[in-house]
Design a protein around this ligand. Structure first.
Ligand code: SAT
Ligand code: MN
Length: 590
C-alpha cells in the first residue's frame, strides 16, 4: 500500500482532514496505489489511454466522433437501484416512508465488511470536486474515493473536479465524504448508503451512473436536500432554463420531472419556426439548488458542469442541441454501434445498428440495440445553448417552478397553482409512470413528489414543511405550475406534439407570471383557455386541445382521495397546511 505521503507536491495544500480520511480508507481497502486527481486534461487523457488499453473503453469513429468513447457496463449494472439505496439516520422516522432505512451503525458495519481489502491490486483515486461554480457561496464540495477510472472520467465532466475544489475544501474545512468501490459488480453485494448527519456516502458493487458518480444524485440531491433543510434552501431534481422572448426579456424557470421524462430536452429546447424571436439558454438539465435571495426572489444554481443524458430518443428532430453537442469529447455508455463505428440508439433518426449494447451483432429479436437507459456524458460547455449565466456565483432568478410527470391520463397539459402553499400540494401530488432510469417495472404510475421520490434524503413530511417555510421567506415567490406533455388517446397516440412546441406552454407560463395572460379558474388551479395558448402553425385538432385543457371533476375527486391516503402514510409529519390545501381542493371539486 502506498502511504498518503504520495500527495503530489502540486496539491500540497490538502487539508489534514482529507489526508487523514484517505489514509484510513486506504488502510481498510488496501489499494496498490493512491492517485490524487488534479482534474487536468493530461490526467483525463492518461486515464482514457489506460482504459483503452485494458479494453474498458473503445474509441469511436475519429473522423465523425473525435475524442468520443464507448463504455459497456456489466449487463446487470445499467440503472439506479432504488431498492438497494438507503438513508441511514439514527431514527427511522427521520428517513420517512419514502426511503429505505438502516441504522447507521448497522449500515457502517455492513459496508465496512464489503470494503475490507476490496481495492487490492487496484488504484484508489481521490476525486475532489465542487458542486456549483467554484467561487459561489452556494456551492458545496465533496471528495469521492473510488477504484473506478470510468467514474473519475465521468466526475471530471460532471463536476468542477480537481485542484481548485481541493483548495476550496482546504479553505472551508467541510466536505461530503463519498466512498465508492465497484467491488465485484455482484447485484447481491451492492448497496448505496447515505449518512446525512455525517455528510457521508458509501456505495459498493455498482459502477453505473447515479449509483457511482457520487456527486450527482447521492451528494447533490440526497445529502444536499438534508443539508439544505438545515441551512434554509432547497436541493431539487430540476432543470434550469433561460427563455428570451421576442421583446428581449429573459426569464428563468426551474422544472422538476422524474428521470427520463425529458428534462434534458426541455433544457435545450429549440423554438419552433412558427415562434420567431425566442432564444433558449440552458443553465442545467437535472439538478437545481434554490436559495431565497436578499431581494425576496428565489435564485438557482446548477451544481453540475456536464450532462449525463439518456441517449435513446435523442435525435435532430427531438433535441438538435444535444445531438450536435455529443459529436466530440463525449463518453457513451451502453449505446449500440453502426458498422462505421459510430454510436447508435433508437430514435437517433438515421443509420442503423450493427453491434448492440452488449457487443453482439445486432438482432432485433434481442430487443432494442441500445440499452433504454444508455447515456452520454458530456461537458456543458459543448452545448450550443449553454447559458453563460450558469457560471454566475449568485445564480439566476427564478420566475416559475414547473412540476410534471409522465401521465397518459388525468393531468392536463398545464395548470397554475393558486399560490405557493397550493403549489406545494401540486408538487407533492406529482405522479409519473416509471422509466428505465431505475431497475424495476417500467410504465407503472407511482407517486413521485417533486420528482424527488428516489432522491430526498429525509422524511417527505418534513420536506414539504420545509418547502412551505422556504415560501414564507419569499416576498416575490415564483409562480408554481404543473405540466404533462404525455397525454395519450385510447390508442396510445400522444395528444400533444411536445419538444419545441412545449415553448407554447412555457410562453403562457411566463405571461401568467408577468400578469399578462388570461386563464380559466378550475378546481385544480388556473388553466389556459384554448385561445390563451399560442397555437399558430400548430395544426392541432381543436377537440384534442380542448381535451388536454380540461378538468374532469370525477377523476380528480379520486385523485384527491388517493392523495389523502398518500399523505396519511406520513402521519403526523405531513404538514397540517398541506392537508388544509387538500381539503380546500376537495371542497372546490365538490
Ligand atoms: O443514473 S442517474 O441517477 O445519474 C440518472 C437519473 O436517473 O436521472
Ligand atoms: Mn435525474
Amino acid at each position: 500500500m502506498v502511504s498518503a505521503s504520495s500527495v503530489p507536491s502540486a496539491l500540497a495544500s490538502v487539508s489534514a482532514e482529507v489526508t487523514a480520511w484517505v489514509n484510513s480508507v486506504a488502510q481498510h481497502t488496501l489499494p496498490s496505489q493512491i492517485h490524487w486527481c488534479d482534474g487536468s486534461e493530461a490526467e483525463m487523457a492518461a486515464l482514457r489511454a489506460q482504459l483503452l488499453e485494458q479494453g474498458d473503453l473503445q474509441a469511436l469513429n475519429p473522423e465523425t466522433f473525435p475524442d468520443c468513447f464507448l463504455a459497456r457496463s456489466h449487463p446487470s449494472d445499467v440503472a439506479r437501484v432504488e431498492h438497494l439505496t438507503f438513508i441511514c439516520t439514527p431514527h427511522q422516522v427521520d428517513a420517512g416512508p419514502n426511503n429505505n432505512w438502516m441504522a447507521p451503525a448497522d449500515a457502517h458495519a455492513q459496508m465496512d465488511a464489503l470494503f475490507a481489502g476490496c481495492m487490492q491490486g487496484r488504484t484508489l483515486y481521490v476525486v475532489p470536486y465542487c458542486m456549483g461554480p467554484i467561487d459561489s457561496p452556494y456551492s458545496r464540495c465533496g471528495v469521492e474515493i473510488t477504484d473506478s477510472a470510468y467514474v473519475v472520467l465521468n466526475m471530471g465532466i460532471m463536476t468542477r473536479m480537481g485542484r481548485a475544489a481541493l483548495e476550496r475544501i482546504g479553505r472551508e474545512g467541510s466536505f461530503v465524504r463519498g466512498l465508492h468501490s465497484t467491488g465485484e459488480l455482484d447485484p447481491n453485494r451492492r448497496f448505496i448508503m447515505h449518512f446525512p448527519e455525517e455528510l457521508s456516502i458509501k456505495s459498493f458493487g455498482s459502477g453505473y451512473g447515479g449509483n457511482a458518480l457520487l456527486g450527482k444524485k447521492c451528494h447533490a440531491l440526497r445529502i444536499a436536500s438534508y443539508q439544505a433543510r438545515t441551512e434554509g434552501w432547497l436541493a431539487e431534481h430540476m432543470l434550469i432554463v433561460g427563455l428570451k422572448n421576442p421583446q428581449g426579456e429573459t426569464h428563468y424557470i426551474a422544472c422538476a420531472f422524474p428521470s427520463a421524462c425529458g428534462k434534458t430536452n426541455l433544457a435545450m429546447l429549440i423554438p419552433p419556426d412558427t415562434m420567431p424571436g425566442w432564444e433558449v439558454f440552458t443553465v442545467g438539465d437535472d439538478i437545481a439548488w434554490l436559495h431565497p435571495g436578499p431581494d425576496g426572489r428565489l435564485w438557482a444554481i446548477n451544481p453540475e458542469s456536464g450532462y449525463f443524458g439518456v441517449a435513446p430518443g435523442t435525435g435532430p428532430k427531438t433535441n438538435r442541441n444535444a445531438y450536435d453537442m455529443i459529436r466530440k469529447d463525449t463518453l457513451f455508455t451502453n449505446v449500440a454501434l453502426t458498422d462505421n463505428n459510430e454510436p447508435w440508439w433508437e430514435g437517433i433518426g438515421s443509420g442503423e445498428p450493427a453491434i448492440d449494447w452488449l457487443g453482439r451483432p445486432f438482432d432485433k429479436a434481442n430487443g432494442p440495440s441500445a440499452h433504454p437507459n444508455s447515456r452520454f456524458t458530456v461537458s456543458a460547455v459543448h452545448n450550443p445553448s449553454y447559458a453563460t449565466e450558469a457560471e454566475s456565483p449568485r445564480g439566476v432568478p427564478i420566475s416559475a417552478l414547473v412540476f410534471g410527470g409522465r401521465r397518459r391520463e388525468l393531468a392536463p397539459l398545464v395548470y397554475q397553482a393558486r399560490d405557493w402553499a397550493h403549489g406545494v400540494l401540486v408538487g407533492a401530488s406529482v405522479a409519473s409512470e416509471t422509466t428505465a432510469a431505475a431497475t424495476g417495472a417500467v410504465g407503472v404510475v407511482r407517486r413521485d413528489p417533486m420528482a424527488m421520490k428516489p432522491f430526498c434524503g429525509y422524511n417527505f413530511g418534513d420536506y414539504w414543511q420545509h418547502w412551505l417555510s422556504v415560501g414564507s421567506k419569499l416576498s416575490k415567490p415564483p409562480g408554481i405550475f404543473h405540466v404533462n406533455w404525455f397525454r395519450q388517446d385510447a390508442g396510445g397516440k400522444f395528444l400533444w406534439p411536445g419538444f419545441g412546441d412545449n415553448l407554447r406552454v412555457i410562453s403562457w407560463i411566463l405571461d401568467r407570471c408577468a400578469g399578462k395572460a388570461a386563464a380559466q379558474e378550475t378546481p385544480i388551479g388556473y388553466l389556459p383557455n384554448p385561445s390563451d395558448l399560442d397555437t399558430s402553425g400548430l395544426h392541432i385538432d381543436p377537440a384534442v386541445l380542448a381535451e388536454i385543457l380540461s378538468v374532469k371533476p370525477e377523476a380528480w375527486r379520486s385523485e384527491a382521495a388517493a392523495m389523502g391516503e398518500y399523505l396519511d402514510e406520513f402521519g403526523e409529519r405531513a404538514p397540517a397546511a398541506l392537508r388544509q390545501q387538500l381539503q380546500a381542493l376537495q371542497q372546490r371539486l365538490g
